[in-house]
Design a protein around this ligand. Structure first.
Ligand SMILES: Cc1cc2nc3c(=O)[nH]c(=O)nc-3n(C[C@H](O)[C@H](O)[C@H](O)COP(=O)(O)OP(=O)(O)OC[C@H]3O[C@@H](n4cnc5c(N)ncnc54)[C@H](O)[C@@H]3O)c2cc1C
Length: 289
């Protein structure tokens, strides 16, 4: 029986795997892709120790390589479901079923990929996926946020500290709430500008912006939460101070538990949760002996 299976090979999952392995526990890590930073070239400028921008994708790959060279088993696979069997958990992937005494959910947050004309062109050129990463560049500027759920509100809360000139674009979704900022609820038909985004065109009008933040989508962990009866609060998995969910043996760390959606925080979470998983396993193994 496996001691711990980590779902996610991003900064949270890999950091936890490194600390666990070095503490003498053998984790298995399962990841379907490179996570938040995997799908396109992003340059990271706020991570400790690098004085020039670094390639986000390479940073993630280097972390995986580091864990691998320590002897961590890393599976390229997609987890379809998790079943609580009372005494242990079943992890059902596309390729196999694994048994484990504990699980770490480090599945990050799913960011929506839009097909609106101009989206690809201006992504990274005024269109941002991360308020905490890029909000600072838009102090007192005119910005937009695309979204309508908890994720949008999370980003709005942060961005409203940088500027008061914010327009919310729901892209055709209903948002019957006064959030203190104008809400445009028509569908977006185009993102335009010259070398950088300059406007958002909706079905009925054109709105100038200096920058645009995309906050659509839901945490990928939500399905697992439903399967296991985990408590979700404002789109995040609820954990206690020891990173335990409400189901004993299921831990969560990184973007999916909310807070700062940043690499440094995910790495920190991974380090911390490793300690609590170690203690949890020690306790249950003692009881089983
Ligand atoms: C465009 C962009 C730019 C960013 N820029 C910065 C920046 O400049 N500085 C900064 O600090 N942060 C930045 N971030 C945020 C940072 O990338 C995240 O905070 C960090 O990656 C979170 O780490 P994580 O391990 O929680 O999740 P992720 O890195 O998202 O990793 C999630 C992992 O879970 C796996 N997974 C999910 N579901 C399944 C499943 N069903 N089965 C198997 N595996 C699964 C994925 O494959 C992946 O391996 C940026 C994010 C984006 C999207």
């Amino acid at each position: 029986m496996n001691q711990i299976i980590i779902i996610g090979k991003g900064p949270a999952g890999i950091s936890a795997a490194i600390y666990l392995k070095r503490a003498g526990v053998d984790p298995i890590v399962i990841g379907k892709d490179l996570g938040a930073l995997g799908d396109y070239k992003s340059s990271i400028e706020n991570y400790y120790g690098f004085d020039t921008p670094i390639d986000g994708k390479k940073l993630i790959q280097d972390g995986i390589k580091q864990a691998f060279s320590l002897g961590v088993r890393i599976l390229d696979d997609t987890v379809i479901s998790i079943k609580d069997n009372g005494s242990h958990f079943l992890i059902i992937t596309k390729n196999e079923t694994l048994e484990t005494k504990s699980v770490l959910l480090a599945t990050g947050k799913t960011r929506e990929n839009l097909t609106i004309p101009g989206y690809r062109k201006f992504r990274g050129k005024g269109i941002s996926m991360c308020a905490t990463c890029d909000g600072y560049f838009y102090r007192r500027k005119k910005i937009g946020i695309v979204g309508c759920g908890q994720y949008m509100k999370h980003e709005l809360e942060y961005l409203s500290r940088m500027t008061k000139d914010i327009t919310i674009f729901t892209h055709g979704n209903n948002l019957d709430e006064d959030l203190g900022f104008p809400i445009i609820d028509e569908r977006i038909v185009e993102f335009g500008g010259t070398d950088k985004i300059g406007f958002v065109k909706t079905e009925k009008g054109t709105h100038e912006v200096d920058g645009l933040f995309i906050a659509l989508g839901a945490p990928s962990s939500l399905e697992f939460a439903n399967q296991l009866g985990l408590i979700v609060e404002k789109g995040n998995l609820l954990v206690n101070q020891e990173y335990q969910t409400n189901v004993p043996g299921i831990f969560a760390a990184g973007d999916i538990i909310g807070g700062k959606l940043q690499i440094a925080k995910a790495v920190y979470d991974g380090m911390e949760v490793a300690d609590y998983i170690y203690k949890y396993l020690k306790d249950i193994n003692k009881k089983m002996a």
